[in-house]
Design a binder for this molecule. Structure first.
Ligand code: PEP
Ligand code: MN
Length: 358
């Protein structure tokens, strides 16, 4: 059993940064009655721009150790360099976390993995800032190869230029889902604070993570969030965290309730039958598309015709009002279908291998 799988969501809470001894101890005092699994704070802060608060370093580790001893907490800090690992271990850290800006760099990750070799401390690996599941898996594998038996992933969202309104980092849920598909046993913890960037959305993102069967949450908690030196807008008080946790609906992947199982089975059989129909229709559509390709070849016409593509998108999306299907989903689906159709027609025209990008 993994250190991070306790049978209930693994909760990590604490301030973004360890600012002062009082702030670290008062926040810990506020969290103590909530029964969290681990206290957190950044003592070395990776800041986007120079000149801002970069953490209190070794001094802050002393405060974390005090909080650990006073409230019987386990605690974790972010490490980005082997020297950080050495100091964190010296001050009794119970787990190390690797930040999103470090996970992107295999050199740094390998240096950290080398630094923990032979010390079996749990390691939490945040997703890289870019939406690259390979890089995330690669970082996890480096720690596993170094002999770390308790590795967990933290989903904290991804940087992007067009981040949807209301989020600080794009959640890009398919990426942690892909990670789960590849590594079903790996615990995945969600960090709704960095995904949402705003207090008001934390509960909603946390609940979504529970609905998707994540193993825990890392939530930034501060005794006085408005006065926080870093990430002030996304930190909540220990009382607000208590409220959030009490309202969290934790779901199971499976049920022993036979009645529910029968209902699910009935619906799933119908869905499976519909899937067979969808695939048969798709195959039929491709056959028609190939016939069109033959005609285009005889008439010396191009496989890709932008006007036809626009017409098709208009026609299929116009049905969204009737079907209730999401427009973006329909467009994404038809992009795939159309690409495949063009690929087949190109083969007929004798230009196999040319990729069409819209
Ligand atoms: C943090 O947890 O405070 C932090 C710096 O996170 P991230 O690496 O996700 O930006
Ligand atoms: Mn933060």
């Amino acid at each position: 059993m993994s250190f991070f799988k306790t049978g209930k969501p693994f909760i990590i809470a604490g301030p973004c940064s360890a600012e002062t001894r009082e702030q670290v101890l008062q926040t810990a005092e506020g969290l103590a009655p909530l029964g969290i699994d681990m206290y957190r704070a950044g003592v070395w802060k990776p800041r986007t721009r120079p000149g801002s608060f970069e953490g209190n370093g070794e001094q802050a580790l002393q405060w974390m150790l005090e909080a650990k001893q006073l409230y019987n907490f386990k605690y974790t800090v972010e490490v980005a360099e082997p020297a950080h690992v050495e100091l964190a271990l010296k001050y009794g850290a119970d787990a190390l976390w690797v930040g999103a800006r470090t996970t992107v760099n295999p050199f740094h990750v390998q240096h950290l993995a080398d630094a923990v070799k032979g010390i079996d401390i749990p390691v939490l690996v945040k997703n890289p800032v870019n939406p690259d599941v390979e890089l995330w898996v690669g970082a996890i594998e480096r720690f596993e190869a170094a002999g770390i038996t308790n590795v967990a992933a933290i989903h904290r969202g991804f940087s992007g230029y067009n981040t949807p309104v209301g989020y600080r980092n794009q959640p890009n849920w398919p990426i942690p889902i892909e990670l789960r598909r590849r590594r079903p046993e790996l615990p995945i913890i969600c960090d709704p604070s960095h995904i949402s960037g705003k207090r008001v959305r934390i509960a909603e993102v946390a609940q979504k993570a529970m609905d998707m069967h994540f193993d825990g949450l890392m939530i930034e908690t501060h005794i006085n969030p408005d006065e926080a030196w870093t990430d002030a807008r996304q930190q909540i008080t220990p009382a607000q965290l208590g409220d959030l946790l009490s309202k969290l609906v934790v779901r199971d992947e499976f049920t022993n309730d036979m009645g529910v199982q029968v209902q699910l089975e009935y619906l799933r059989q119908q869905m499976d039958a519909v899937d067979v129909e969808i695939l048969d229709l798709l195959a039929k559509r491709m056959e028609l598309s190939e016939k069109v390709g033959e005609i285009k070849k005889t008439a010396n016409m191009t496989a890709y015709q932008p006007a036809r593509w626009r017409e098709m998108i208009e026609s299929v999306t116009s049905r969204c009002d009737i079907t209730g299907l999401d427009k973006e989903l329909v467009i994404a689906l038809y992009e795939k279908i159309h690409n495949e159709s063009i690929r087949r027609q190109l083969q007929i025209l004798g230009n196999a291998g040319i990729e069409i990008k819209k």
